[in-house]
Write a protein that binds this ligand. Sequence first.
Ligand code: ANZ
Ligand code: ZN
Length: 863
Amino acid sequence: SERYHAREIEARWQQEWDARGVFRTQNHDARPKYYVLEMFPYPSGRIHMGHVRNYAMGDVIARYKRAKGFNVLHPMGWDAFGMPAENAAMQNKVHPREWTYSNIAHMRGQLKQMGLSIDWDREIATCDVEYYQQQQRLFLDFYEAGLVARKTAKVNWDPVDHTVLANEQVIEGRGWRSGAEVEQRELTQWFFRISEFSEELLTALDGLERWPEKVRLMQKNWIGRSEGLRLRFELTGTGPDGSADLEVFTTRPDTIFGASFVAVAADHPLALAAGERDRKLQTFIEECRKLGTSAVAVETAEKKGYDTGLRVRHPFDPDQTLPVFVANFILMDYGTGAIFGCPAHDPRDLEFARAYGLPVKPVVLPPHADAATFSIGDEAYTGPGTIIHSQFLDGLSIEDAKDVVAIRLEKRTLNGAPQAERQVNYRLRDWGISRQRYWGCPIPMIHCASCGTVPVPARDLPVRLPDDITFDKPGNPLDRHPTWTKVACPECGAEARRETDTMDTFVDSSWYFARFTAPRAVAPTELDAVDHWLPVDQYIGGVEHAILHLLYSRFFVRAMKKTGHIRLDEPFAGLFTQGMVTHETYKDTSGAWLFPEQVVDRDGRYVHAETGEPVTVGPIESMSKSKKNVVDPTAIIAEYGADTARWFMLSDTPPERDIQWTEAGVEGAHRFVQRIWRMVQDSAGPLADVSEGPGKGADAEALRKAMHRTLKAVERDIEDLGFNRAVARVYEYSSLLSRYVSGGAISPDLAPALKSGFRFLIVMIAPMMPHLAEEAWSVLGFKGLVAETRWPDVDPALLVDSTVTLPVQVNGKKRGEITVDRNAPSEEVEAAALALEEVKRYLSGNAPKKVIVVPQRIVNVVA
Ligand code: ANZ
Ligand code: ZN
């Protein structure tokens, strides 16, 4: 028989689907809806194996749900704004727009080669003016609704590139591109007030039952709700800023008797005022600023402090005073920017206390520990326990002690106000969306000398990105545009200046899933469409987006609801985070990385393909350009076909785990394609004029059972996203089929059942290997397209075993088993039990006293 020519065949079916508009989705349709979405790609230039895995999974679900009778929405778009386009512009003198759109064109072609069942009519790119114009509308509506704020904030500033850097772009204190030492700068920026929704974003997590527990937990921690106390310490004198007290935030007021110092952030007003008088402190403050304020930087840096010489009184022991430090591990924008330190029960405080020789006094006794001997070594004790060494708190639990301290201090007055106040605190900060970059969505605001900041009137949208920009100088090209920045103030008409900041690209990806429901609407959404389709039933993507992207999207939907663009709260009902694609790494004798195609296996040893020198095999790691352990999907598709690549991606490894790409694995998948193809070809002739039917005889019955059981199991596996299990069942089922085909000699009794058997096989492989499925479908003479065929109904009668296996007991002890027809009459069951060798032995020739048959359960022989 003829080999399967994937390239040709796949291209043909892709054209056919396209021509017939099989995957075009109407918003109005009587069938129930199903929205499946994979996180849209960044148009970097070419697709990578991670995309292949992600889109293969989504496509299985989309095709399966379509076969199950759903009206499926499965769209694709491009997360098209962002820094790399500008980098390309600087390096290769190509316009960011041109670079982006040509990448999109190339990648669209690559994705089409994968044979994805996508409604390409709904394609959007976030850099299309039709898209970002609606995003500007949303911004204005959010502004109107009080969800936008303009505030100053600290940012990482790259003094060479003249740009703000995200925390991830600062590597060991230096700009990732320029290598310059990053400065902390105060900039006035635009913010979305996501913190308005902190509580709601937290509590609604409980309702997201089809989200991985891990992701919900990550979001919870990111939002970081804590119940604590704002508590004021009295200064022994007047502070350098004229203050009489210092307010700290604590979640552990129960540890107040273990306090041995107080510390403030480098930018705390008290620190700044004290720094005015103390050059050394000034230098220390500057050092702290360089360290940066990202949580990671603060967490990992060595704890350092500077004693201001100021002292505060302990609230319950006025004779005891505590030193006030400026410390590098205190964040200004959390709580009050000041703490009391309890080294015995906080690791950071302990590290600090050891460095500065401060007392470490335990006040929480672990269960079963002895108060007389308990002391703190290298590790702070943060577990549960009972309060000790704490006067009126002694013997209380941590929770009760927190309450007692709060109640006492709430009642007490210090400098005319209660000394303490309870407070719920969130770690979640407002979302700074300003980027000093060109290739992003312009923020539709205008700065007027007399009117202040004025929104661009809706009728003047879009604020288009100008095309004529230059990258010859560092910084934001929009800033130095001679005409674009000049605009008449919408309020007073005087010459004013456009906002030149553009939006963080996370904004673009926070509502694209809503836009897909009416991608050409002249408003951000069409209410009917967005209400019909959302929430996304199944969202699939990388776990690297588990926090920010998902949280921002959840915020956006709420903000869109508040501004009348949507009527629900949660965008994604089901979420799945897939694992990475990994590969072995290789190095040559000089220690340089090698691409997999530069390495060959020579008699079980890896050598360099050209030089023949030995190659060291390194660890298996996520595919990455830097280690060269990448395999190009296009090359794989060209060699083996998309179906093989898809099948391999779905086989063996559970989708949430990392999958290792291997040559052997791909070849295995490819052999399976060929095997199915051969089987189909061998049977096509003999089955040409056969109509489907139950067939006759035991083989036909066994086959029918296998068909329905496999179908049922594959259904369940796909619904549970257990693609690897579905694949394993198809393997098993196809080898069963191949036994019946055995080179084309098919018995007439079996033929009608076998024809159905093939139909089932094809339907089941279609979500994973859609091209092979179509080809086999047509070769075997089935009508229409598999892509338009309903998933068969499982016949429940065929799922039940017609035989049952029963234990046989003699005098209450199990002595053997019999397998009988499920509905066999009792006499028949009894006879079978008595015929067992074991049973005969116990009866030793005598007739049994009694035989009790419990149908379909057990046989008991009384000897
Ligand atoms: C005293 C104390 C004793 C604390 C103890 C902890 C353990 P969460 O739970 O994450 O909200 N803190 C408060 N403001 C801070 C700031 N701006 N920068 C750095 N740390 C700050 O953390 C609350 C705890 O973190 C607070 O409770 C405070 O230290 C510290 F045995 O107060 B605690
Ligand atoms: Zn004005």
